[in-house]
Design a protein around this ligand. Structure first.
Ligand code: ATR
Length: 272
């Protein structure tokens, strides 16, 4: 049976094995998938060992996404744009390709699962760390009217915007510079929710019918979702992004795109 795994540290709470086992069952693909806690100094060795023992593909999570980027023999465009790798796949010639499925996973969750359009919309992204860098390329590919990246440290937002200035207009700024602007879609990519914090946001940022997406998820609505809901916006959390990025990895490895809806529903039920 073809072997797959997720490498991270910590890894105990990873839902990836459950998600990929559901995909395998659903598609009839015979795979085995386990989670492995990798020593912080032992990533390269662990990867080499895994593929030497005829492993076929890996998911990579915190804190190894940059090391995986360095280790890969070739990189997909979206991995290069993200500057990080969450998926490694063994090729038939023995080389290892590095991909990043986080952004496309989130975009497909938003556009196909939630059916919120991005094309032509005014998009605001909160945060300028690795999570945001990982999704910017695929968001821009949807051709939004504009993308504003707002961050506590404005200079980080500005340099991220500069790196991504392509066919659509991207700007980066601090939160105070948002005054007077309104957005159709706001995506929270800060880690503020983890601490129960909320970036300084005014309700005027929400255009009529605005939608708010948090890359985080949990058993309850995040502080960002509660803020958005209180001001009349439609909200969603990042559970669909988690399942979506896994589906894209599975598709890269197996050539089969699994259905995400039943898997999202099953995990949602476990969270409740
Ligand atoms: P990740 O890889 O998850 O993106 P990161 O690179 O540490 O993690 O980035 C965390 C992001 O959340 C940053 O944009 C950070 O803002 P700064 O760049 O100014 O540090 C943002 N962030 C974290 N805590 C925050 C808070 N309490 N309020 C606002 N933004 C916060």
């Amino acid at each position: 049976v073809d072997q797959y795994a997720v490498f991270g540290n910590p890894i105990k709470h990873s839902r990836s094995p459950q998600i990929h086992e559901s995909f395998a069952e659903q598609s009839g693909e015979a795979i085995e998938y386990h989670k492995q806690c990798v020593d912080v100094d032992g990533f390269n060795d662990a990867v080499k060992q895994f593929f030497a023992a005829s492993g076929k593909g890996l998911n990579i999570t915190v804190p190894f996404k940059l090391e995986a980027y360095e280790l890969a023999d070739t990189l997909t465009k979206r991995a290069r744009q993200a500057g990080a790798v969450n998926t490694l796949a063994l090729q038939s010639d023995g080389t290892i390709v590095g991909d990043n499925t986080d952004g496309v996973g989130m975009v497909r969750d938003i556009t196909e699962h939630l059916v919120w359009p991005i094309k032509g919309k005014r998009v605001l992204i909160l945060g300028a760390g690795g999570a945001v860098r990982g999704v910017l390329g695929p968001v821009l590919e949807q051709c939004p009217a504009s993308v504003v990246i707002a961050n506590r440290t404005a200079s980080k937002a500005a340099s991220l915007a500069k790196a991504f200035d392509g066919d659509c207009r991207v700007v980066g700024c601090g939160y105070e510079a948002l005054e007077g602007f309104a957005f159709d879609l706001i995506i929270n990519g800060t880690s503020a929710s983890l601490a129960g914090d909320l970036p300084p946001l005014s309700a005027q940022l929400l255009a009529p019918g605005a939608r708010c997406y948090d890359m985080m998820y949990g058993s309850e609505a995040t502080v960002f979702m509660r803020w958005a809901g209180e001001h009349g916006a439609i909200t969603a959390d990042g559970l669909g992004m988690l399942v979506g990025q896994a589906a894209e990895s599975f598709a890269l490895w197996r050539g089969v795109t699994p259905a995400v809806k039943p898997v999202i529903a099953a995990i949602r039920q476990q969270l409740a």
